[in-house]
Design a protein around this ligand. Structure first.
Ligand SMILES: [Zn+2]
Ligand SMILES: [Zn+2]
Length: 233
């Protein structure tokens, strides 16, 4: 009925591909050479780290994986998902990354979306990191639960705050559900890895406190994000 269009630029795509060649050129897979602990890009000779920062201050998560650089068509796709509810391009990006994801995540993993403040979830009616967990879990066959790791209290929008104000604000922003042990037992009694999943990693401060909340209760976590800026917070 409609001519096929590129999911990213919405231009007609004669070959029926989901992504035109021009957009494909501008989609950048996140660096392979990076610090395994925090995910920051490193020269090939220094990968997998730890980087200088992690040597001094090891992060609470043991690994950080990001799929794409947050720019160009990837950024447009994330904004279309968050602002217009159009997840088609983001789902395509996740689908393209599945072979790579299956190298690190299998059916014995447990995925926990990084929670967003309840007020924002109510406003948008969407929990994007949870959607991402569901897509991954459907494909891989692993467990996920959005109620184990929670946001508590209400905080001002993170993007409106400076780096140090963000960290202060986030220190008490997360908690595990009171019945988290039972919930974990019910859905994934012996996970081989617990992954915190988020859509975009910017400064990493949200993830730091989310991961620390888990680690403080004895749950070792790894981190996965769909996209990542190259900024180091
Ligand atoms: Zn395109
Ligand atoms: Zn590092």
């Amino acid at each position: 009925m409609f001519p096929p269009v590129c999911l990213f630029c919405k231009e007609a795509e004669r070959d029926g591909a989901c992504c035109c060649s021009r957009c494909l050129q501008n989609i950048h897979i996140y660096a392979h050479d990076c610090c395994l602990a925090c995910g920051v890009e490193l020269p090939e000779s220094l990968a997998p780290g730890p980087c200088g920062h992690c040597l001094q201050h090891p992060p609470p998560q043991s690994q950080t994986h990001s799929l794409y650089q947050y720019n160009g068509p990837v950024r447009d796709a994330v904004l279309a998902w968050k602002l217009q509810g159009d997840d088609s391009a983001v789902r395509w990006l996740v689908q393209q990354a599945m072979p790579r994801l299956r190298e690190s995540i299998d059916e014995h993993a447990l995925l926990l979306p990084v929670p967003m403040p309840l007020s924002r979830m109510r406003k948008h009616g969407q929990h994007h990191a949870a959607n991402m967990c569901r897509w991954l879990a459907d494909d891989i066959g692993c467990a996920w639960d959005w109620r184990i790791l929670r946001r508590i209290g209400e905080q001002p929008r993170q993007s409106a705050l400076s780096g140090s104000a963000r960290r202060k604000n986030l220190r008490k922003a997360f908690a595990l559900a009171a019945d988290y042990e039972q919930r974990c037992l019910d859905i994934s009694p012996t996970p081989n890895a617990v992954w915190l999943v988020d859509d975009v990693l910017t400064t990493g401060s949200t993830l730091y406190f989310a991961a620390k909340t888990c680690l403080d209760l004895g749950i070792a976590v790894k981190v996965l994000s769909l996209a990542r800026t190259s900024y180091r917070g």
